[in-house]
Every structure is written in structure tokens, then in C-alpha cells.
Design a protein around this ligand. Structure first.
Ligand code: CS2
Length: 524
């Protein structure tokens, strides 16, 4: 055996398997398409707690926040990211000193930036106390939320669902928190943990605070305000005086601005990781992928200081509603339509669904005929241009966003993105046929999962499947299926439930869905 002499250099190239972290950053290969954090992560202190540190937050608010810190030199807006129920994201981020890549995939060559705005990460199952303590610190000013529609734990009346065991568990903990008990166990729900942090903050000085929800909900600020208040109001009489003091502080010192958030960020694939590895020369287990486009419209109603997000492209406004309605009703509604019809036609991604001329035309028609007539044009926006840009973004072939991913949680998504427009059209005396098609496609998709291989990813999955009955019911008993599904009060608003015209339209569109599926099969 001969010994190989390895020449020693002062800065050896990292092996492919070296992991992204502050210590390895200097060894990253930085080409024209790779940007490293604009501020040394060590200089950043935490000012924001984020609940739901999944791909969307990392590709959206964290990027705006890092850019705002870089633009202003204010380095006190680092983020403590709180995971959901799984510890997986801690395992991805912590060994990397919370550094991660955002791989932008548009029409041009992919571009990579390493983001350093997230400075710490916590798993509530173990780190509830750390999160509460951070929320109570005077140097923390904002909590942002991306906990998905179902994370808000709302009941059929839109208020906090107090019958859920997780809510009861967290209300009981809140009561003990308010009583000043130490060494409490973990909160389960993000809202439960947030409210405990607010209670601690109140007890420890009560500096003003802002809660900024960033989920695709209609009037997300107003809703979050109501839910947080309901959490506190549910505390029993044992702590009545402290509870009422906390409620008074919430009303006086905590604000809940509404926001509209937009950036398509599909699940990261192994191919994305390899692409990043080639660009960076380091392994990154926390990589997220996104389109180049990003938009953030924020109601300017902060209780205390905030990052200067407006300096880096965000819109700060007194009225978010027109932007939020336009985005939910145009982008998210047609996204769902394409997801359900696309999946039923055998398209695995939204971009593939957009190559089907029939689906592409339907998406455009539903916007023109059923959605645009319900919208007020937001300042500085042209809705026809927005429509075209949204459809173009959906068609991005380099961003495989699966129809299954967008199709999940339909019971939570439909009310926010589709049923508001339905209600408005019915009120205008019109029957929105295209939106009825979207509802029919959702019903058919749910039916297709009964007894099949595809798992229905929806918190109401069992109820939805039981309501339909069997997989063939959409063909054998379309009338019964529509009656039973539209009777689900936790999804359909009363005005929609009571509309005979809409029932008829959905029933009719169940046949259209079958025709579209047959045509797709014939072409395959
Ligand atoms: C999508 C959204 O998964 C979904 O339901 O419609 O996540 C969509 O990609 C974002 O809202 C885009 O901003």
C-alpha cells in the first residue's frame, strides 16, 4: 500500500457532506447565484417570536425581515422560530445555527440565498418555557403566526372551539400561568402557548405587543384577536380578577394587524437539495424552495416598534382587506380548483394541470365570471394584470407544487378562498357556476379518497368521507351528496346552504367534473 500525500492548504475545501452552519459558511462556494447572509448572524438579537416555522415563514417573513435589517442596520429583529407538534424542524435548523437556504426557482437559472434572520428555534413539547420567557421580554415586540387555517381551532361559529380537548388543556394551563404557578407543563396549541406568553408579559411589566397572523384567513388579524380574547375569557372564576386585568391589558396594549401574504413555496425535494449542494458545496437539511415573486401587505397598526419592512417591498397600509380578498379569491381559489381538478385528472403538479388547456381556461373563466365581480380593486393594483400574473406563476415548470399539497385541508380552505365569493355572487343575484365547479371538484376529490390509496389530509376527513358515503355516491346519488355536504355548517355559510340555485349548480357541476376526468383519461 502506498501512502498518498495530501497537500496542506490554509483553507481546505469542505467535503460535500459538510453541513451549513456559521462555522462552515466561510467555506461555502459563493458564485454569482449564491448570496450569503447580509448581516453576520452573531450580530442579530431576537425581537420576533414566530409560531409555525415551516417552509412558508422561512421563505417569506424571515426573508423580508432579514432584508429590512440589512437595509436599516437595525439588527434587533432576529426570530425565535417555534415549531409545530413535530421536533423535525429543530433537528434541521439547530445543528445549522438556524441558517438555511432559500432556493428561488423561476424562469431563469435558480438563485440561492442563505438566510440568517432566524436566530433560535424551539419545540413547544420541550421548550414551552423558553418561548413564554421570550414573549415576556421587553426586547421582543412581535409574534408572527403561520400555523395554517386549522391551527386556529375555530368552531362552526368562527370562535374558539372550547369543546376541543387541546383547547381545554391549554385553557387550564393558562389559568395556572395567570395564577403565577411555576414549572408548568407544555402547552399544546400555538395559540395556547402564545396566550401564556402574553399573560407572562403582562405580569412582568406589560410592554405593548403586536400579534401578526400571516395565514390565508379572511380578516386574519380580527380573527386572531377574537380567538386570543376567547382563550383568556375561558379562564374560570378561580382567577376572575387576574383574568379581567389581563383582558383589559390585551384590549389596551396588544394589537392584531391583518396581513396578506403571498409566495408559492412548495415542499422541498431531494432534487432541490442536490441542486443546492451543487451551488453551495454544503449540505443543508433546512432548505426551502420558492418562486421569485413575494408580496406582503400589512395593516399598519403596531403597538410598539417594528422592522421597516416597507423599505424592502412590503406594503404598509391602513386597509388590508381589498388586497387580502383579491389574493385569497383569485390566487388561492383557483389554486384549489386546479388542485382538485388536476389531481382527479392525474396531474401531479399545479404546473402540469396548467398545461391542460381545459383546466387553464376554466381557471381563467372562474376568475373573470365569478370572482372579479366580487372584488374592490386595491390601491396600486390592476386585477386583470394580477390575474394574468397569478396564472403565469401557477404555470412555472421549475416549481413542482403538488396538487396533493394544495388539495389538503379543503374543509378549512374553502370558506376562506371560495365561499365568500359564492356568497357575494348569490347576493348579487347571480349563480357562480365556476365556483360551484370548484366545490363539485372538491367533493369528487374527497369521494375519490374513500377506500382508495390516497389519504385525505384534512382535519375533518372522517366526517367528510362519512357524509359522502361511498366512492360512487357522486355518480349514483349526486343530489343526496350535495344536500348532505352543503349542510355541513362548519364549512358552508348559511346563505350558501340555503341557496337552491347553488345546490343545483353544484349537482350539475358534479357531472361536468366527470366529463373533464373522462376527457383527461382519453387524452392520457
Ligand atoms: C396554496 C397556498 O397550499 C395552498 O393552499 O394555495 O399555500 C399558496 O401557495 C400561497 O398562499 C401562495 O401565497
Amino acid at each position: 500500500m502506498t501512502a498518498t500525500l495530501i497537500p496542506l492548504t490554509s483553507q481546505p475545501d469542505p467535503p460535500q457532506s459538510a453541513r451549513l452552519a456559521t462555522a462552515t459558511l466561510a467555506a461555502a462556494s459563493v458564485g454569482a447565484d449564491v448570496d450569503l447572509p447580509p448581516i453576520g448572524p452573531a450580530l442579530i438579537s431576537i425581537g420576533i417570536v414566530h409560531f409555525g416555522i415551516g417552509a412558508f415563514h422561512r421563505a417569506h417573513q424571515a426573508v423580508f425581515t432579514e432584508d429590512a435589517m440589512a437595509a436599516t442596520g437595525q439588527t434587533s429583529w432576529g426570530i425565535l422560530g417555534v415549531t409545530g407538534r413535530s421536533e423535525a424542524v429543530v433537528e434541521q435548523l439547530q445543528p445549522q445555527n438556524c441558517l438555511y437556504g432559500v432556493l428561488e426557482k423561476g424562469a431563469d437559472a435558480p438563485a440561492l440565498r442563505i438566510v440568517g434572520a432566524v436566530r433560535d428555534v424551539a419545540w413547544p413539547g420541550r421548550d414551552s418555557e423558553k418561548v413564554i420567557e421570550m414573549l415576556a421580554r421587553p426586547s421582543t415586540h412581535i409574534a408572527t403566526l403561520t400555523i395554517t387555517e386549522k391551527g386556529y381551532l375555530r368552531g362552526a361559529d368562527g370562535d374558539l372551539n372550547l369543546s376541543l380537548p387541546v383547547v381545554q388543556h391549554d385553557v387550564a394551563l393558562l389559568e395556572r400561568e395567570i395564577a403565577g404557578e411555576a414549572g408548568l407543563p407544555a402547552s399544546i396549541s400555538p395559540l395556547g402557548l402564545l396566550v401564556r406568553g402574553l399573560a407572562r408579559r403582562f405580569r412582568q411589566g406589560g410592554e405593548p405587543f403586536t400579534v401578526l397572523p400571516c395565514d390565508n384567513l379572511v380578516d386574519n388579524g380580527t380573527i386572531t384577536h377574537r380567538l386570543v380574547t376567547s382563550f383568556v375569557a375561558a379562564v374560570g372564576r378561580g382567577q376572575a380578577a387576574a383574568r379581567d386585568d389581563l383582558l383589559a391589558w390585551l384590549a389596551a396594549s396588544v394589537t392584531f394587524p391583518s396581513t396578506m401574504v403571498d409566495r408559492i413555496a412548495p415542499a422541498t425535494t431531494e432534487a432541490d437539495r442536490q441542486l443546492e449542494g451543487g451551488l453551495l458545496g454544503l449540505r443543508d437539511d433546512a432548505l426551502v424552495v420558492a418562486e421569485p415573486f413575494k408580496q406582503w401587505v400589512i395593516e399598519d397598526r403596531f403597538a410598539g416598534p417594528r422592522p421597516r419592512w416597507e423599505q424592502v417591498g412590503a406594503i404598509l397600509t391602513s386597509d388590508v382587506a381589498p388586497y387580502e380578498r383579491a389574493k385569497l379569491r383569485i390566487l388561492n381559489a383557483t389554486h384549489s380548483l386546479l388542485a382538485y381538478l388536476g389531481a382527479l385528472c392525474g396531474h401531479s403538479t399545479i404546473a402540469q394541470a396548467m398545461t391542460n388547456p381545459m383546466l387553464r381556461d376554466l381557471a381563467r373563466r372562474v376568475i373573470d365570471e365569478d370572482i372579479l365581480p366580487t372584488l374592490v380593486t386595491p390601491v396600486g393594483m390592476d386585477l386583470a394584470v394580477y390575474r394574468d400574473s397569478v396564472l403565469k406563476r401557477f404555470g412555472n415548470p421549475n416549481l413542482p407544487h403538488t396538487t396533493r399539497q394544495v388539495a389538503m385541508d379543503g374543509s378549512q380552505k374553502l370558506p376562506n378562498r371560495i365561499l365568500g365569493s359564492v356568497q357575494d355572487r348569490l347576493q348579487q343575484g347571480e349563480t357562480p357556476e365556476g365556483l360551484a365547479l370548484a366545490v363539485a371538484a372538491w367533493i369528487t376529490y374527497v369521494a375519490s379518497t374513500i377506500g382508495g390509496d390516497t389519504i385525505l389530509d384534512d382535519p375533518l376527513a372522517e366526517l367528510l368521507q362519512a357524509t359522502i358515503g361511498d366512492a360512487d355516491a357522486v355518480r349514483t346519488d349526486p343530489n343526496g351528496v350535495v344536500q348532505r355536504m352543503l349542510a355541513l355548517g362548519q364549512i358552508f355559510p348559511q346563505a350558501v346552504q340555503q341557496s337552491v340555485a347553488f345546490h343545483d349548480a353544484v349537482r350539475q357541476q358534479l357531472f361536468t367534473v366527470q366529463t373533464i376526468m373522462r376527457a383527461a383519461r382519453a387524452q392520457a
